[in-house]
Design a protein around this ligand. Sequence first.
Ligand code: GDP
Ligand code: ZN
Length: 304
Amino acid sequence: MSYKQEKGLVTRLQAGFYTVHAGDSEVTCRIRGRLKLKRKNETLVAVGDHVMISRLPDSSGVIESILPREKEFFRTAPTARGEFKQVMLANPDQIVVVFACADPPPSLRMLDRFLVIAEKQAIPALIVANKVDLVGMEKARKIFSIYTDLGYQLIFTSAKKEQGIQDLHELLKGKVNVLSGPSGVGKSSLLNRIDPTLRLRVGIVKDSSGKGKHTTVVRELYPLGGGYVADMPGLRTLSLWDIEPEELDGYFPDLRDLVSECQFSNCSHMEEPGCAVKLAVENGRVHPDRYDSYLRMRMGDESD
Ligand code: GDP
Ligand code: ZN
């Protein structure tokens, strides 16, 4: 029996067991009991955690320690014993937001909400504009031009005509990708183009229409062409949890630098005189649609 420890990645949670990818194998692990004393106020082990494991003679394993997380996709929940940090996914590299250029028509308001969540969680966002075959490149660029101007990474694809698939694959490689976007935009089609064997593991991008809150913890990471895709069905129903109205402007890259120029330091950019944001909208430096998204979020309107 060997006590040598190996490093691995937690890829699945299931009723007290953790699947860990270590080397070339998948090991079903339990957690060493004493670890449970640690991290009392946050999720002990989440999908995406890097862990050290040791193997048992029966080829199962034990998680001996959890390596520090670089990043987390989390929410905080108040409990009787103080704040609890629920980690939905450890070490996410990127949020991939897929919209269609048409059919269904893109809801840029929903896209803005995804981007705010990504900013709040400090995870880089990649916008994928799929079904470019339906509108042509010129129109597609026009629809999404605001976002390129804002500096977001944007890629145009057609799962149908196999356009941009290679580029998308490159952008997902070696990363833990959180995939999201409304249903019907072509998420499964894109993933199947990248890795046709994924078809066998469907369910991955099936949106849960449930109200999110309990279904938001990531339960599985799917290997995809040299990276991973996180199954996070509740992401789109999370909308703006955890974001206080006063911090919202900080998650709009086009607004946040203007805020310091507002006459009032606690300006909501709604009614106040001397508001630099409103002025920037009037003189065209901030896109009216983005301002509209801001106002709606600020007022708690989460319709599309
Ligand atoms: P998901 O719900 O986001 O996973 O979307 P699906 O992959 O199931 O695709 C929804 C529908 O859009 C299916 O009928 C696909 O054939 C179609 N579709 C997917 N990608 C494209 C595309 O690039 N162009 C066109 N025209 N249709 C597409
Ligand atoms: Zn203002």
